[in-house]
Design a protein around this ligand. Structure first.
Ligand code: ZN
Length: 215
């Protein structure tokens, strides 16, 4: 615990004083514009990779960045999304998968987590993505299967997201955008799913003048 406590003390003594006003403004209110749904993996550090500060991004994390479809389970993920959409009024939801995802590896090889009943039940929500990969890439090398699975899982979770009543209503009203991204830990690269073109594109293309980046 020593390193963790030292970190907290460094935050208190060095970081907090530099941003005292911001923290005081945020003490009783928040109005994040984005909800990020991503994996619990320690190598995915949202505020670092998105370069956002306190109060800017609402985060929902779980093993495998999974969103159970409406009615499948009434748990923390659905509650977090409903809160962000209905109460905080986030403008965009990004589901972000990542390279070398242990959860996705377990989806490909459930036998490796057979002794972990909670994980086994949870990653079953990625069965759809697994089926797609096994059908479309039956003979692909393991690394490619994993890469495709990570992308297909994001797409499957985007579809699940659309089944949540709060999300469906805002999408219909045109007041919410949902986006699928993947993050490559080794290169720092991001791919974004282009729904119109039906393909993954480097996220920097969205930032170009002809891109479709919004708020
Ligand atoms: Zn992961």
């Amino acid at each position: 615990m020593k390193k963790l406590i030292e970190g907290v003390l460094r935050f208190q003594n060095e970081v907090y004083p530099q941003h005292r006003e911001l923290y005081q403004d945020l003490a009783t209110t928040q109005s994040p514009r984005w909800l990020l749904i991503t994996c619990s993996d320690s190598r995915v550090v949202p505020s670092l990779i998105a370069q956002v500060g306190p109060g800017e991004i609402f985060i929902c994390r779980n093993v495998g960045n999974i969103v159970p479809a409406h009615g499948e389970v009434s748990g923390g993920v659905a509650a977090t999304i409903e809160y962000a959409v209905q109460l905080l009024g986030v403008l965009h939801i990004v589901v972000c998968g990542h390279s070398d995802c242990g959860a996705m590896r377990a989806v490909l090889h459930p036998e490796n987590v057979a002794e972990l009943p909670a994980v086994t039940r949870w990653i079953a929500y990625a069965d759809r993505a697994r089926a797609v990969v096994l059908e479309t890439h039956p003979n692909a090398p393991e690394s490619q299967k994993l890469e495709v699975l990570i992308q297909e899982n994001v797409l499957a979770q985007l579809d699940n997201l659309r089944t949540l009543p709060s999300v469906a209503a805002k999408l219909r009203a045109g007041t919410l955008g949902i986006h699928g991204w993947t993050y490559d830990i080794q290169s720092g690269g991001f791919l974004a799913w282009d729904q119109d073109r039906g393909r993954w594109r480097p996220v920097q293309e969205l930032a170009e003048p002809s891109g479709d980046a919004a708020a």
